[in-house]
Design a protein around this ligand. Structure first.
Ligand SMILES: Nc1ncnc2c1ncn2[C@@H]1O[C@H](COP(=O)(O)OP(=O)(O)O)[C@@H](O)[C@H]1O
Ligand SMILES: [Mg+2]
Length: 161
C-alpha cells in the first residue's frame, strides 16, 4: 500500500487542482473511494474529478444521493459516480451494477464503508476530514493494487499544497 497524508489544509480550489492531477493518472478499473462525514467534501471532490475526466469545466455533476448512480461518457471512457449512503446491504450494491461499472471504467464512490467487502483491489482511498477552520479540509490518500503508482505520483504534488 502506498500512503500519503498531509497536515496542510486544502481549500476547495486547491482540492480541484489535486482532482485534475488525479484525473490525469487514473486508468480504467481503478475505483476512487471517498471517505468522510456528511459535508466533508466528497461530492465536491467527485465533481471536480468527473469534470477533469470529461474535460468539461461546466459539466453538471449532481450528487447521486437519490439516483445512487450517475454515469458519464467521457473521452477517458465510462466514469460512474456512486453514493452508497442510502444502501443497507451488499445485494443492493450488486443490483446497482457496481462490479460491472468497476470492470468497464473509472468508478468514484461516496460512502464506500457501506460496501467495504465489495471494493476492488485497485483502489484509491481518500479520507476527507474537517479542519479547525471551515474553509479547508485535511486529507489522506492511500493507494492499493494498481493504484499504488498513482498515489506515489500524486504525493509530491500534495506536499506542495
Ligand atoms: N476543500 C474544501 N474546503 C472548504 N469547503 C469545502 C471543501 N470541499 C467542500 N467544501 C464545502 O463543503 C460543503 C459540503 O460538501 P459536499 O461535497 O457536499 O460534502 P459531502 O459529499 O462529503 O457530504 C460544500 O458547501 C462545499 O462547498
Ligand atoms: Mg455527498
Amino acid at each position: 500500500m502506498t500512503q500519503t497524508s498531509m497536515q496542510v489544509c486544502l481549500s476547495e480550489p486547491e482540492l480541484a487542482v489535486l482532482a485534475e492531477a488525479m484525473a490525469d493518472l487514473l486508468t480504467s478499473g481503478v475505483c476512487v473511494a471517498l471517505r468522510g462525514d456528511l459535508g466533508a467534501g466528497k461530492t465536491t471532490f467527485a465533481r471536480a474529478l468527473v469534470r477533469a475526466l470529461a474535460d468539461d469545466r461546466d459539466l453538471e455533476v449532481p450528487s447521486p444521493t437519490f439516483a445512487l448512480r450517475q454515469d458519464y461518457e467521457t473521452p477517458r471512457g465510462l466514469v460512474v459516480h456512486f453514493d452508497f449512503y442510502r444502501l443497507t446491504d451488499a445485494a443492493e450494491i450488486i443490483e446497482l451494477g457496481f462490479d460491472e461499472a468497476v470492470s468497464s471504467g473509472i468508478t468514484i464512490v461516496e460512502w464506500p464503508e457501506r460496501a467495504e467487502m465489495l471494493l476492488p483491489a485497485d483502489r484509491i482511498d481518500m479520507q476527507l476530514t474537517e479542519a479547525r477552520t471551515a474553509d479547508c479540509r485535511k486529507l489522506r490518500i492511500d493507494g492499493h493494487g494498481a493504484a499504488e503508482t498513482i498515489v506515489a505520483k500524486l504525493a509530491p504534488r500534495m506536499q506542495q499544497g
